[in-house]
Write a protein that binds this ligand. Structure first.
Ligand SMILES: Nc1nc2c(ncn2[C@@H]2O[C@H](COP(=O)(O)OP(=O)(O)OP(=O)(O)O)[C@@H](O)[C@H]2O)c(=O)[nH]1
Ligand SMILES: [Mg+2]
Length: 370
């Protein structure tokens, strides 16, 4: 006989309600032992919401605390319970059901989830971690089968001998992974430049609140700090850090450690905002950052309100150049658009298949024998 399982579908985060799902052959038996309707028969017709209370069980006499529970039988062997959102209420119900014989399992092991296509199941798991509009929309599309359908179509093309068409589709999907891999692992954008060019001011302005200390004294930021945000609905991790000086200019070990950290973050970044202001102009530190980074680079000419021109070696290539001022707001939106354009040159149409886990790429590679 299959086990009867129970899992919490909602998180521990503070919320108005918690939702638990109990599923398996003994579902109705367990429910009848720990729940009673506030009126009428305790029979549970499917897809009808019933209001009631917890009742004491032999094992859990203290459970009869009249905790309100709304139940809904969603199929003949499955019931969803909606209770108070505090951790204690749902814990107590899980404990009681477990003492009656139900097996407590994590939400992503739920039988109705495991019955889904594995890719759709993975999309559902990742959706829990998505925190930007675009990521959510793309993962919802995959949860509704966009990628699974595309894989089946490719298999069909293969089976029908349309190999070139199948390979083209696979190559296109592999390109889209550049977006898919960032849905729950945001793109990393690092602000870099010498001390005092306005990195922390720009970070604060782009976040919309004062996250980092800003001061006229050079060397204000020492450690590296990262905040998650989104630009045009795409998830972005913005990192600010110590201003970079050459090894010969910095002697304080804390400053040197800060510079190393900034450079390491810049090397790992998907996009570096290389900042130059009218006071420092282009320096050896800029050369160092430029040489050490390989991702997308955007030149940010900060403090544009001060109206002083800054010349930059013409031989250096940037994905974009933007003038900004945190005083007037000039160029801030333009910079955000430039970052998005560098990271996501072509926004995908809604509803299309996008691989979002390395496993999907391995699957695609196997299809073309790689
Ligand atoms: N006029 C003007 N001043 C700015 C602008 N951005 C920053 N500043 C000033 O420049 C100084 C340094 O700003 P920060 O944001 O602390 O610079 P930073 O690059 O983070 O400096 P460190 O942390 O020391 O490396 C402060 O006095 C800011 O008010 C700007 O757009 N216009
Ligand atoms: Mg700073």
């Amino acid at each position: 006989m299959n086990a009867t399982t129970v899992s919490r579908l909602t998180s521990f985060a503070p919320a108005a309600i918690s939702v638990l799902a109990i599923e398996g052959p003994r579902t109705l038996e367990f429910i009848s032992k720990c729940w009673q309707p506030n009126q009428g028969s305790s029979v549970l017709p499917t897809n009808r919401i019933r209001f009631g209370f917890t009742k004491a069980t032999d094992n859990q006499p203290r459970f009869g605390c009249n905790e309100s529970i709304v139940v809904c039988r969603t199929n003949h062997e499955r019931v969803e319970l909606h209770c108070h959102g505090g951790k204690q209420a749902s814990e107590k119900i899980l404990e009681t059901l477990s003492s009656l014989g139900a097996m407590v399992i994590p939400w992503n092991q739920e039988p109705c989830l495991l019955a889904r296509d594995p890719i759709e199941q993975e999309a559902m798991e990742d959706l829990v971690h998505a925190n930007s509009i675009r990521s959510t929309a793309i993962l919802l599309d995959q949860m509704r089968g966009a990628l699974s359908r595309e894989l089946k179509r490719i298999e069909q093309l293969n089976a029908n001998g349309k190999l070139q068409e199948a390979v083209d589709c696979i190559l296109q999907l592999r390109q889209r992974f550049a977006i898919g891999k960032h849905l729950i692992h945001p793109w990393s954008v690092v602000l870099a430049g010498p001390p005092n060019v306005g990195k922390s001011s720009l970070l604060n302005r782009m976040l919309g609140y004062d996250r980092a200390i800003v001061h006229e004294q050079a060397g204000t930021t020492r450690d590296s700090l990262m905040e998650r945000t989104s630009f045009d609905g795409w998830p972005i991790d913005l990192t600010d850090g110590a201003g970079v000086r050459l090894a010969s200019e910095a002697s304080d070990p804390i400053e040197i450690a800060g510079i190393d950290l900034t450079l390491q973050k810049a090397r790992e970044a998907d996009c570096v905002l290389l900042m130059v202001d009218p006071f420092s102009g282009w320096t050896n530190s800029h050369d160092r950052i430029y040489q050490e980074t390989q991702g997308k680079r955007i030149l940010v000419r900060s403090k544009a309100d001060l109206q002083k021109a800054t010349s930059v070696p013409p031989s250096l290539l940037f994905d974009a150049q933007v003038e900004t001022s945190v005083m007037t707001g000039e160029g801030i939106l333009e910079l955000q658009s430039a970052i998005v354009a560098a990271l996501v040159p072509e926004a995908p149409d809604s509803g299309i298949a996008i691989p979002f886990r390395t496993r999907h790429i391995e699957l695609l590679n196997r299809l073309i024998g790689l």
